[in-house]
Design a protein around this ligand. Structure first.
Ligand code: ADP
Length: 301
């Protein structure tokens, strides 16, 4: 197959592993820097060009679109879908996963466990919001934050009030969430491919920290999932519409709760923690599923 990867650079760990895994299996791998792709839109024959040449003959595309270029990246991916190229993850599904509010609504509607969360454009009744999520301790998250930046743990009612007031003063978009204390500073990354969790790791925050992000000094280890956790991760990916997803789960007193469904999960941490060839599993998924024009949404929506 001819497999394209939309990625900023072929030197990134995940991208280079996907190239390696694809080539090992006899595929032709081509990396396109998403921002350098350009499209002709107003024609009956949608096309994409790159460095002066039209992209042709691509069977499947692996989108690895950074959060900061979601809008343009999804337009490029949609264009490829309209050309009949099979996407590892569809543009519509990636769009849902990038919109935390939309993803939470979809998951909640289907009964997936989520931390109690308050969202709002102008969260102006501080006391009521705090009550809504069950009081302090609680976490306050900036919507645009990644890698654990922009998350505050407010341990007391007073602290919660002042942080919420300060965020509001800054006109920031944020949400207020129940603090899952019993998770003990650990979360579980479940890597879903198709209808299976193919790898999972526990990330433990360092001493005195509640955020378990590896970028923040968290450590990864192997973990055995319960059947309920497996099912939750697979269902969460399916509800959002992703074939490949990194589903982050916290172990709460009321069962697994989903923190986030990530559409471009990094492969480094999970391959290192589990010793598994996840890039190979992803390529195998494409081998089995990449049928031309099989995009469910064909660029709609
Ligand atoms: P980001 O997308 O920036 O990584 P997350 O919402 O995933 O932000 O939070 C980062 C980390 O903080 C999580 O991996 C988890 O360890 C911790 N965390 C986030 N929300 C909660 C919560 N409601 N209760 C307990 N811990 C949390």
């Amino acid at each position: 197959m001819n497999i394209a990867i939309l990625s900023r650079s072929q030197k990134l760990y995940s991208t280079s592993r996907l190239i390696e895994a694809g080539e090992q299996r006899g595929h032709t791998m081509q990396v396109y820097d998403t921002l350098k792709c350009y499209m002709d839109i107003a024609t009956m024959r949608p096309g994409i060009s790159y460095k002066g040449e039209r992209i042709t003959g691509t069977n499947a595309v692996i989108p690895r679109i950074g959060a900061s270029i979601t809008l343009y990246g999804l337009a490029v991916l949609r264009q490829l879908e309209m050309m009949g190229v099979f996407p590892l993850n569809e543009s519509v599904a990636i769009g849902r996963s990038r919109d935390k509010l939309r993803a939470s609504q979809l998951l909640a509607r289907k009964g997936i466990g989520l931390p109690v969360t308050a969202f709002g454009a102008g969260l102006d009744d501080t006391a009521d919001i705090i009550k809504l999520v069950g009081g302090a301790p609680l976490v306050i998250k900036l919507l645009e934050g990644t890698q654990g930046r922009g998350i505050v743990l407010a341990e007391t009612q007073k602290a919660a009030e002042s942080v919420i007031d300060a965020f509001r003063e800054l006109r920031a978009n944020f949400m207020v969430q129940e603090f899952i204390e019993e998770a003990g500073g650990a979360d579980i990354r479940c890597l879903v491919v198709g209808d299976k969790v193919v790898a999972a790791m526990k990330r433990q925050a360092r001493e005195g920290e509640f955020r378990s992000n590896l970028h923040r000094g968290g450590t990864a280890s192997l973990v055995k999932l319960t059947p309920e956790e497996r099912l939750t991760a697979v269902r969460a990916a399916k509800i959002v519409g992703l074939n490949v997803a990194g589903v982050d789960v916290l172990r709460s007193n009321h069962g697994p709760v989903v923190l986030e469904v990530n559409s471009s999960p990094g492969l480094k941490g999970i391959e290192e923690a589990t010793g598994k060839d996840i890039a190979g599993v992803i390529i195998e998924f494409l081998e089995k599923n990449a049928v031309p024009n099989k995009t469910k949404t064909r660029g709609k929506g």
